[in-house]
Design a protein around this ligand. Structure first.
Ligand code: PFF
Length: 445
C-alpha cells in the first residue's frame, strides 16, 4: 500500500520553511558575537568564503539526497548507500537523527528562556511586576515550565503536518521576523554609541586572519547556521517536488540565512555599544561579552534603562528570538517524526508525542546536569556531529550513490556539462577541504 506523502505546496513555501530552519538563534546570537570576537569584518569575510565554498555545497548535498529519495533521512541514506551497504546508510541516518535530538536538547532550553523573556515585558505592561521579574531571572522552575512549553509549541506545528503545519507557520513567522529585525535595527542605530559598534563590526581587523581558529569558528558557525548535518534539511528536501532547480533554491536559502546573520550583526553589536555608552561593562578581558550574559543580562539591563520604549523593544527582541527558534526546532523535530511515520508505521500524532517525550527527557537531563552537560553537548554537536555528517554527505553524493544520482548519470551530464564540474567539486574538493578544517579543529582542542 502506498500512502501519499505530505509535501510543501509551493516553492516559496519550501524556501521559507528551509530558511526558517536555517535562521535561528545561531544567526541572531551566534553570528554577531563570533564576529565581534574574531576580528569583526575579517570574520564576516571568512564566514562568507566558507559559506560559499563549503557550507552551501554541503546544504546542496543534504537536500539533494532527500529530494531524490522522497523519503525520511534514514531511508534516504539507506537507498543512497545501496551500492555499498544499506546498513551504512541506515546507521548514518540514525546518527543524524540522534544529532537532531541532541540539538533539540539544548536548543529547546534556550528557546524556553527566549519565550519567558518575551512574556516578561507583557507581564510588566499588564502590571504584574513580580511575575515580570521572575520571568526575566533564570531558575530551575522556569526551565521546568518553559522548556516543555516550547516543546509543545513545536509539537503543535509538527502534528499538523508538512503543508498545514510547517509550511503555513514558516510562511507566517518569517516575514514578521524580518520586519521586527529591521525595525529594531533602525531604532538602535539612532541611539548614542551605536556608530562605534558598526565600526567594530564592519571594519575588518585582518591581522586576525592568520589565526587558524578563525576558519574553524567560521565553519562551525556556517554549518550550524545552515542546519547541516542532522537531517533537518534532508527531510525538507524530501517534501519538495523532485528535481526542478534544487540548486537555485539552495542558493536562495543560503542567501536569506546569510543576509539575516549579517543584519543581526548590525543589531547586536551596535546594541552592545549603546549599552556601553549607558555605562554597562560589555568587555571581559578585551573580548566582547558573548554567551548567555549578553542576551540575558546586558540586553535586558539596557532595555530597562530605556524606560517604556525599552519594554516594547524587549518584547520585540525576544519575540523575534522565539520565532526564530521555533522555525528551527520544528525542522529538527520533523527528522525523527518522519522516520517513525514512514519506517515504523506510527501515525503523525503518535510519532510527534513520542519524539516530544524523548526530547523533553533529553532536555531535563541537561537541566539537572547543567554544568557538566550543557556546554559539552553544544560543543559535541558543533565540533563533531555537523562536520562528520557533512563529510558523509559529500562522500555519499560523490562516491557511494550511483542509481538515481543525476550527477553520475552520463546522459544528464552530457546534456549539461556544468553539472560535471559541480559533481567533481562535490566529489574531490569539498571532502578534502572539510577534512583539512576538521583535522585542524581536532588538533586545536
Ligand atoms: N540553523 C539553526 C540556527 O542557526 O539557529 C540551528 C539548527 C536548526 C540546526 C535546525 C539544525 C537543525 F536541524
Amino acid at each position: 500500500m502506498s500512502i501519499i506523502r505530505d509535501s510543501f505546496h509551493s516553492r516559496i513555501g519550501f524556501v521559507l520553511a528551509a530558511a526558517g530552519s536555517a535562521i535561528g538563534l545561531g544567526n541572531i546570537w551566534g553570528f554577531p558575537t563570533q564576529a565581534a570576537n574574531n576580528g569583526g569584518g575579517a570574520f564576516v569575510f571568512v564566514y562568507l568564503m566558507v559559506t560559499v565554498l563549503l557550507a552551501l555545497p554541503a546544504l546542496y548535498a543534504e537536500m539533494y539526497i532527500g529530494n531524490q529519495a522522497q523519503k525520511n533521512p534514514v531511508s534516504a541514506l539507506e537507498d543512497a548507500c545501496e551500492g555499498v551497504s544499506r546498513n551504512v546508510g541506515k546507521y548514518a541516518g540514525l546518527f543524524g537523527l540522534l544529532g537532531a535530538i541532541l540539538m533539540l536538547s539544548f536548543y529547546s532550553i534556550v528557546a524556553g528562556w527566549m519565550l519567558s523573556h518575551a512574556l516578561s515585558p507583557l507581564a510588566q505592561l499588564s502590571g504584574f511586576d513580580s511575575v515580570a521579574t521572575w520571568l526575566g531571572e533564570s531558575s530551575d522552575l522556569r526551565n521546568l515550565i518553559f522548556t516543555p512549553i516550547f516543546i509543545i509549541l513545536s509539537a503543535l506545528v509538527i502534528k499538523k503536518g508538512v503543508h498545514a503545519g510547517i509550511e503555513r507557520w514558516s510562511s507566517r513567522l518569517m516575514p514578521i521576523l524580518f520586519l521586527l529585525l529591521v525595525a529594531l535595527i533602525i531604532y538602535i542605530l539612532q541611539q548614542p554609541g551605536a556608530s562605534e559598534g558598526i565600526e567594530m563590526y564592519l571594519v575588518p581587523d585582518f591581522s586576525q586572519l592568520k589565526d587558524p581558529n578563525l576558519i574553524i569558528a567560521a565553519m562551525g558557525q556556517a554549518f550550524f547556521s545552515l542546519s547541516i548535518g542532522v537531517g533537518g534539511m534532508m527531510v525538507y528536501g524530501s517534501y519538495m517536488k523532485k528535481g526542478e532547480g534544487l540548486g537555485k533554491l539552495v542558493v536562495s536559502i543560503t542567501a536569506l540565512d546569510t543576509l539575516i546573520a549579517i543584519l543581526a550583526g548590525l543589531l547586536i553589536i551596535p546594541t552592545l555599544f549603546v549599552a556601553q555608552h549607558m555605562g554597562q561593562e560589555v568587555f571581559t578581558n578585551g573580548q566582547l561579552i558573548g554567551g548567555p550574559q549578553l542576551i540575558f543580562s546586558v540586553l535586558p539591563t539596557l532595555f530597562e534603562s530605556m524606560g517604556t520604549v525599552g519594554v516594547y523593544i524587549a518584547l520585540m527582541f525576544f519575540s523575534l528570538m522565539s520565532m526564530a527558534a521555533l522555525t528551527s526546532t520544528i525542522s529538527a523535530t520533523e527528522v525523527p517524526v518522519s522516520y517513525l511515520l514512514e519506517s515504523k508505521g506510527y501515525s503523525r500524532g503518535k510519532a510527534t508525542l513520542l519524539v516530544s517525550i524523548i526530547v523533553l527527557a533529553a532536555c531535563m537531563t541537561l537541566v539537572f546536569n547543567f554544568d557538566t552537560l550543557f556546554d559539552a553537548v553544544i560543543s559535541w554537536v558543533n565540533t563533531f556531529q555537523l562536520p562528520i555528517m557533512g563529510l558523509f554527505y559529500f562522500i555519499v553524493v560523490g562516491w557511494i550513490w550511483k542509481r538515481g544520482n543525476l550527477l553520475k548519470d552520463k546522459a544528464v551530464i552530457d546534456a549539461k556539462p556544468s553539472l560535471k564540474l559541480w559533481g567533481n567539486y562535490l566529489r574531490f574538493v569539498c571532502p578534502l577541504l572539510l577534512t583539512v578544517v576538521f583535522v585542524n579543529t581536532v588538533m586545536a582542542m
